[in-house]
Write a protein that binds this ligand. Sequence first.
Ligand code: AMP
Length: 405
Amino acid sequence: MKILVLNAGSSSQKSCFYDLTENLSPEQPAKPLWEARVDWTHHQGFAKVEVETRQGRGWQEEIQTHSRPAIITHLLHTLTDEKNRVIEKLTEIDVVGHRVVHGGETYRESIPITATVKATIARLTALAPAHNPASLEGIEAIEAVLPTVPQVAVFDTAFHSHMPQAAALYPGPYEWFEQGIRRYGFHGISHQYCANRTAQILGKALPALKLITCHLGNGCSLAAISQGRSIDTTMGFTPLDGLMMGSRSGSVDPGILIHLLRQKTYTADQLDQMLNQASGLKGISGISSDMRQVSEAAATGNNRAKLALDMYIHRLRSGIGAMLTSLGGLDALVFTAGVGENSALIRAAACEAFAFLGLKLDAEKNQQRPIDQDIATTDSAIRVVVVHTQEDWAIAQECWKLMQT
Ligand code: AMP
């Protein structure tokens, strides 16, 4: 089965192409035959495009356009052009899977895209103004080129949609809940993939495991997973809630916002920019939202970088503690995404706080760039697993499953 995956960010577009006919067991992660990344943040008015094929061809180009549909059409062309010939014709594509950030309360699992599904995704734009329209543009760009190819929506909120109400509701007025103001949680595709992969790595059945998955990238969130389902998470109504992140604040006292609105007459857009782009590691360190740069500066004695790192670790430990109590036990602590997969320092600091539970990290394994590996000591009471998250592969798997039914 030939599957194209489109993963739309607010100012980015990732795409992967998989051929599952050559993959004997779709339970094992496969490498894409073709991968493309588009970034609109590098150069005003231009899209920076990077394409790589498994045959080893790779190139970069800049295209003067803001248009996502135009870029997607261009990317599709690179699949069949003479130089690459990943496939002969676009009609060979059996299904296209899309990451859709917000499925609201309507979608609790992946679903074939119909006119009704598109209308619902559009209606949910109010909850994900930067993301849902981007996914819709992708869906419509594919419809224009491949009108008969089935498309599937895979939602970032779906994995969290079975959270108990006690975890999902905010203690504001009950009307909030009636208006859809509740905790939805995000990074669900990644949390679910990492939970499944952890069960494979540990050779256990997922329903038998209590897991905390730590997705630590530019955005950061935790999920408490029991019986294969997310029962608690740190992100909320928006991806701004919870842990301290690269440039997002995570949870702050909402009274601060009331204070800033009253005393400093900030506008909603200014608050949005401050909390999403000028906070977190970047806001505190004054250096960068990138953990590598902040860690390097802290190591050379920069006090604000050191403070940013200490706060990040403090909030990560507090978050893990909160997930732990929701689970009432823990079999494995799982790290993933840019920081979780690459920063031995952050993993060690997080684990250190749970030594009192008998969690023992193997310091050597932790340092050796582990991928899809258990890095706890053999006598640790809790396993510690590093998983390379593969959202696009998880979306391809969802497409594969839906096309079997
Ligand atoms: P992601 O959103 O998953 O792509 O993660 C991006 C973030 O991962 C970057 O902003 C960095 O902060 C972090 N990162 C990537 N590589 C490393 C590394 N070697 N050490 C620490 N952090 C890293």
